[in-house]
Design a protein around this ligand. Structure first.
Ligand code: F7E
Length: 332
């Protein structure tokens, strides 16, 4: 069996590649042209002799057709995207080009070249916006009212998947991922910004950490658990949509307090609010109900929240102590 992973150089992509290899699936991945080739593949460097990468871009349909012709995959995982919510608002046109038109390009290319293949789209809890059901959770039936260009781009592609599934009888699934983190997370997402910022303060490399809205709440899982769910979703006996989440919610402030305390510090002494990190419209509360995936796919997360936090602190500490430069001055 062969899989094609777009976004293989990203956090989930790299864990998914490892998981597919462990399941004896041949792995191909697409990478985009990048001017700094030295760091582009750092999350998959350890896999280079086990996977094959191809240059392609979701916004360039001819490159997708070429890679599908060359690889003829059985499974396609679309993880490629402009994945930062705030940057999505700063580059709205590109956000829709890559996250919506890119998905359309991939589905159309798949329809003509490998119509029997299966595809999983990385949909996002950002599609819900500020909706929740009565019990406070978001599930597959919760209304979707996105509050960001990123959320809108993901909602449009979610509907493209559903439409082509029923109109053209294609095996298209939406993996509705809530926030997921790891020590491979980019430092411009809030969890790793806080972890690397706090570690840098502890090691005397900086004094302050500037953040935006501390009140918003997120449902944070480990990305490895999300990658494992994606394989279960695509291998299910029918194409369907599933929420993948931990079911726990914590505020950014609680996360800050925990990380600084674990490092023997008080975040109040070091964290300052800079309104430049506020979102134009905030999504305030996420708590996913993944009981459908747990029941129908027998999926359960392997990592607890404290496993995730310990891994993030320990691996980033090791990197900093070994002189590996981590950019803790994220602009967003
Ligand atoms: O923000 C607040 C910010 O950038 C989380 C992506 O993987 O998950 C992710 O999107 C919260 C927001 O993730 C800073 O306002 C405060 O409320 O880590 P984040 P996100 O926007 O939730 C979804 C499911 C995806 O699909 C996305 O691809 O933290 N926050 N201060 C901050 N956020 C950032 N980035 N930087 C701050 O300084």
């Amino acid at each position: 069996m062969k899989a094609l992973v777009t976004g293989i150089t990203g956090q989930i992509g790299s864990y998914l590649a490892e998981h597919l290899i462990d399941n004896d699936i041949e792995v191909h991945g697409t990478i985009r042209r990048h001017s700094v080739v030295e760091t582009q593949n750092h999350r998959i460097d350890h896999l280079q002799d086990k996977i094959k990468t191809h240059y392609a871009d979701l916004t360039d349909v001819s490159s997708l057709e070429k890679v599908l012709e060359e690889t003829k995959p059985d499974l396609i995982f679309n993880l490629g995207a402009l994945s930062h919510v705030k940057i999505g608002g700063e580059q709205p046109n590109y956000c829709l080009q890559s996250n919506t038109i890119g998905v359309l390009n991939l589905i159309e290319a798949m329809k003509s070249i490998v119509p029997k293949a299966r595809m999983s789209q990385s949909s996002s809890s950002e599609m819900f916006g500020n909706s929740k059901v009565e019990n406070g959770y978001q599930n597959e039936d919760t209304p979707m009212n996105p509050v960001s260009v990123y959320g809108i781009s993901k909602l449009a592609s979610y509907h493209l998947m559903k439409h082509y599934r029923s109109a053209h009888n294609m095996f298209l699934c939406n993996s509705i991922c809530f926030n997921n983190e790891s020590s491979r997370r980019g430092t411009n997402f809030v969890t790793n910004k806080i972890v690397t910022g706090a570690l840098s303060i502890k090691l005397g490399l900086q004094d302050k950490l500037y953040l935006g809205n501390l009140k918003s709440r997120r449902d944070w899982s480990h990305s490895q658990d999300i990658a494992e769910a994606m394989l279960k979703i695509i291998k299910h006996d029918k194409p369907d949509d599933f929420v993948i989440a931990s079911g726990q919610t914590r505020s950014v402030q609680e996360f800050c307090h925990l990380i600084f305390s674990l490092l023997g510090m008080d975040y109040n002494d070091h964290v300052e609010i800079d309104p430049k990190f506020y979102r134009p419209e905030e999504l305030h509360y996420l708590q996913g109900d993944s009981s459908k995936a747990r029941k129908e796919l027998n999926w359960t997360p392997k990592f607890s929240f404290m496993d995730l936090v310990s891994e993030m602190i320990n691996n980033n500490k090791l990197a900093l102590e070994n002189g590996i430069t981590i950019n803790t001055k994220a602009l967003v």
